[in-house]
Design a protein around this ligand. Structure first.
Ligand code: NAD
Length: 271
């Protein structure tokens, strides 16, 4: 008997019945990977999506793609480097849905980790989300409705060697998300994290060589031994699967779901 091939996602973007018509959503890191999938998913639900990224070409490509899909919402590029924290806070004013997604990675042992990169990782992945939430809350509180979704990681819940800045930033984001949930509750604002394992995106492709060097193994063994080593499901997740979880957290059915972290890690944290 042969072993069945593990099944990937079955695309079914209408399944949640999410209607964001008339809503504005801001997605950071929207030019690539998970952010791009989130921007398209929320636009498919009818939202006017403010797509934020430092990658202008990537955003243009996304906007072109969105136009070709005939979505009920729109995708509007907003070029911004999130290390400009004041600009980040301003960009979030007036949004109903905020998806904090932009992220960067560097794989190095602590003693070789450049301090300036550590600071930048914390700035983009923890300080910028704080400033974006700070910018978004007055409008959300004013209307008594808002959705904050923080794209954390299995590394918000578990550590891995050689990812000091990333793990520190994601653990910080987890705490911040819970505080936003407690403060936002009486204003109709929920705040949650989604926690994927390894997702098939450029961020993962770019770290294969560094992982191989840090662990002293050939690049072709990195996915199976390092990335999927702790995952019961032996495949990468697709960005669209993460976007669907983000969309769920914006549905009316999820209005009582706040302050949680949703692992999408193939069983990694079941250990
Ligand atoms: P990606 O590299 O494909 O996309 C990240 C985007 O963020 C890029 O478009 C990049 O230009 C943008 N960005 C980075 N720094 C920025 C800055 N200073 N200002 C504005 N934009 C900036 O990465 P991805 O895999 O889609 O990751 C998205 C998020 O998901 C990250 O927070 C990451 O930590 C998280 N995540 C990824 C994985 C994974 O395996 N890929 C797993 C768990 C969590």
């Amino acid at each position: 008997m042969t072993t069945p091939t593990p099944q990937g996602p079955v695309p079914n973007s209408a399944a949640l019945g999410l209607d964001l018509g008339g809503r504005t959503a801001l997605v950071t890191g929207a030019a690539s990977g998970i952010g791009r999938a989130c921007a398209l998913r929320l636009a498919a639900a009818g939202a006017k999506v403010r797509a934020v990224d430092r990658d202008a070409d990537g955003l243009d490509g996304l906007a072109d793609h969105a136009r070709g899909l005939d979505l009920s919402g729109t995708v509007e590029p907003h070029v911004l480097d999130l290390t400009d924290l004041d600009a980040a806070e301003q960009a979030a004013a007036g949004t109903d849905v905020l998806v904090n997604n932009a992220g960067i990675q560097l794989v190095r042992p602590i003693e070789e980790f450049p301090p300036e990169v550590f600071s930048t990782v914390l700035k983009v992945m923890l300080e910028a989300p704080f400033r974006l939430v700070r910018g978004a809350l007055p409008h959300m509180y004013g209307q008594g409705w808002g959705r904050i979704v923080n794209v954390s990681s299995v590394h918000g819940l578990r550590a891995s060697a050689f990812k000091s800045a990333y793990v520190a930033a994601k653990h910080g984001l987890e705490g911040f998300s819970k505080v936003a949930a407690l403060e936002g509750a009486r204003h109709g604002v929920t705040s949650n994290c989604v926690n994927p394992g390894y997702v098939r995106t450029p961020l993962v492709e770019r770290q294969i060589a560094d992982q191989a060097a840090a662990h002293g193994i050939p690049a072709e063994r990195v996915v199976t031994e390092i990335m999927l080593g702790d995952s019961a499901l032996k495949r990468l997740i697709e960005p669209e699967e993460v976007a669907e979880a983000v969309a769920y957290l914006c549905t009316p059915q999820a209005s009582f779901v706040t302050g949680v972290s949703l692992p999408m890690d193939g069983g990694w944290t079941a250990h």
